[in-house]
Design a protein around this ligand. Structure first.
Ligand code: NAP
Length: 288
């Protein structure tokens, strides 16, 4: 029987995950494994998850994206520690009808970060944004031993919720500020080792597509910047970093590594990272 996987979201047509995973299956010459896109509305989420458990469906797991990452939890049987901590699931593994929720966003981010030689231990971090992605990353960085995490967000209540959740597990680690350049600068006393851009700003067809959440020239420069948005590849935040001479990592790396970790959870086999990266680039129309 064909083994089926897929990604659920609403809308879902923009996702690169099908191309990335299919390239890995092709690499291993698996012609009995299929990765699909499933557009599931919030009302049908519970029904979808219960149908996944049926042996006849052949579904061995799936990825979860906006807007289901938090709500899907109530329909699962158990959670891996990073999913429990962050309160969000982006990968589900079906083990004989039991559904286990994982969050590979944070670990994918960390793995891609370490590949650049950045050691998060004792580093000062600013995260711009307090949504699902910011949450997963914040908990992974905290577990990695960073010295502080400032959460800067437009909605300050949401930032405070994330910061309190972090401080409950990692006392005195986190504080919050607004998303204004001046506030970020003041909160960090001019020294930031890593700034992570985890808002939706700059996203193709997203909010404020032409704006960077902070202006480096007016504030300070972090030692390293990480942009989560990968489409377009060069965002206003990346342009700010380039202008200030700051090294910057693109969201494409996290995208590929979170997918690679999901692949390894489903198949217990090393993911072909280079093949998956090449496929992601081709899907975005970027040459080798
Ligand atoms: P989310 O849960 O919807 O959170 C969105 C975040 O963006 C919130 O902090 C929100 O602030 C902020 N925001 C939205 N519009 C804004 C605006 N006009 N001005 C200022 N802030 C704004 O989304 P998410 O899942 O965290 O994803 C965030 C971004 O990361 C998206 O662009 C997504 O594509 C990207 N991402 C990339 C990867 C990857 O693998 N590279 C993985 C996951 C996500 P408020 O709280 O104030 O609304």
């Amino acid at each position: 029987m064909t083994k089926r996987l897929g990604i659920i979201g609403c809308p879902i047509s923009h996702s690169l995950s099908p191309m990335i995973h299919q390239s890995a299956f092709a690499h291993y010459e698996w012609d009995d494994v299929l990765y699909e896109s499933w557009e599931i509305s919030p009302e049908l989420l519970g029904k979808f998850v219960s149908e996944c458990r049926l042996p006849d469906a052949g579904i061995i797991g799936f990825n979860v994206t906006v807007p289901h990452k938090e709500r899907v939890i109530q329909f699962l049987d158990s959670l891996a520690p990073e999913a429990r901590l962050s309160g969000a699931v982006n990968t589900v593994v079906n083990r004989n009808g039991k559904l286990i929720g994982y969050n590979t966003d944070g670990p994918g981010f960390m793995r891609s970060l370490m590949m650049t030689g950045f050691d998060p231990k004792s580093k000062k971090i600013v995260i711009l944004g307090a949504g699902g992605a910011a949450r997963g990353i914040a908990f992974s960085l905290a577990s990695g031993g960073v010295s502080s995490i400032t959460i800067a967000n437009r909605n300050i209540e949401r930032a405070s919720r994330l910061s309190s959740d972090l401080n409950r597990e990692f006392p005195d680690l986190s504080d919050v500020c607004s998303l204004s350049s001046y506030d970020v600068w003041s909160a960090c006393e001019r020294k930031v080792d890593l700034m992570v851009q985890a808002t939706s700003m700059g996203m193709l067809n997203g909010p404020n597509q032409l704006d960077s959440p902070v202006a480096f020239a007016n504030i300070f420069s972090p030692a390293l910047a990480y942009e989560l948005v990968y489409n377009p590849l060069t965002t206003p935040f990346i342009k700010e970093a380039d202008k200030a001479g700051v090294a910057v990592i693109s969201g494409l790396h996290m995208l590929v590594f979170q997918g690679a970790i999901a692949f390894e959870l489903w198949f217990k086999k090393t993911a072909p990272i280079d093949v998956m990266m090449q496929s992601a680039k081709e899907s975005l129309g970027i040459g080798p």
